[in-house]
Design a protein around this ligand. Structure first.
Ligand SMILES: [Zn+2]
Ligand SMILES: [Zn+2]
Length: 311
């Protein structure tokens, strides 16, 4: 081996691991994957560890409050792999100002919005209006049943009031998420459990509204999304096909390594079906089994690129 060959071998070895990791990420699921619902982690490396471990190419960081420096540092570490949303206590008088500044600084949406307020209350209404004004989507956590004692509920009244919101804010892009959003794919749901089981009764509100309202989209993350899509294989295949332009893959996974390591469902005993598992992997596998390659590609990649206007 001469000097030039030696140097080429060395540089190939230095470059290869990164490339093959990326290729593996794209290949494991047959096409690249974007995780819409990924909570920013303190250490830059732990964010990347989850993406690489689960075979995820890019992710949208959900942040709360001041996060710009952390986001920038992570984006510099892994160029092109992270977009971000910002959230802020909607009961505070400066919420509109803070969120407007975040969008100006590069955030591409509001979320996740998870507060102990009503879905049709004044606090969230001003956020819905601001999202429309700034042309960014708003991701809302709807939950009516506590996961642990005294947790409290979040963006309450989904089934009773959210249709009036969809009508009142036609220019707002809503992304629904969490227990109440997903339990209401079934018409027989009445807030009796966080994660109902059994076959889906057709005609559920979420299913209907995704069809009826152009401004409503669905975030498939967490046990809530996975559980809803695990109940009734025939329903799931049909649901994914009908709403193929309105759904986004997301994980909301807190496992350490993209393989279920660490603590993946803390403080949520009702979600024990996913304990020790990576939610990203479980839901990607489920989507892979339930949808055509075309539909899978839209839900895990194409739709979010359109939403965030990424070329
Ligand atoms: Zn949530
Ligand atoms: Zn995971």
């Amino acid at each position: 081996m001469n000097r030039r060959e030696f140097l080429e071998t060395v540089s190939a070895a230095a470059v290869l691991p990164a490339i093959s990791r990326q290729q593996a990420a794209a290949n494991e699921w047959g096409s690249p994957v974007f995780d819409l619902h990924f909570h920013l982690r303190q250490q830059p490396a732990s964010n990347i560890a989850h993406l690489d471990g689960a075979g995820v190419t890019k992710a949208n960081l959900l942040t709360r409050g001041a996060a710009l420096e952390q986001v920038k540092a992570l984006q510099a570490t892994a160029p092109g792999r992270f977009t971000w949303f910002n959230s802020y206590d909607v009961t505070k008088p400066d919420a509109e100002q803070v969120l407007t500044e975040a969008i100006k600084a590069g955030a591409q949406g509001f979320g996740e919005m998870k507060f102990h307020v009503a879905a049709d209350g004044p606090e969230l209404r001003r956020m819905y209006a601001l999202a429309a004004e700034l042309h960014v989507p708003i991701l809302v956590h709807f939950q009516e049943v506590d996961h642990f004692e005294n947790e409290g509920t979040w963006s309450t009244g989904f089934a009773k009031t959210f249709e009036s919101i969809l009508k009142a804010y036609p220019k707002t892009t809503f992304i629904g998420h969490a227990d109440a959003f997903w339990a209401n794919v079934s018409a027989d749901y009445h807030n009796e459990a966080a994660y109902p089981s059994g076959p889906i009764k057709r005609g559920g509100l979420t299913d209907k509204w995704l069809g009826d309202y152009a401004n409503l989209f669905g975030d498939m993350s967490a046990n809530s999304g996975n559980n809803a899509m695990s109940r009734d294989a025939q329903f799931t295949a049909d649901f994914l096909k009908r709403h193929q332009n309105k759904l986004f893959f997301g994980s909301d996974c807190s496992c350490a390594d993209g393989h279920g390591g660490g603590v993946s469902q803390s403080n949520n005993p009702a979600a024990s079906r996913l304990a020790g598992k990576c939610v990203a992997r479980e839901t990607l596998g489920l989507l892979k089994r339930s949808a055509s390659a075309d539909v899978f590609q839209k839900i895990t990649w194409g739709n979010v690129h359109k939403l965030l206007k990424i070329a």
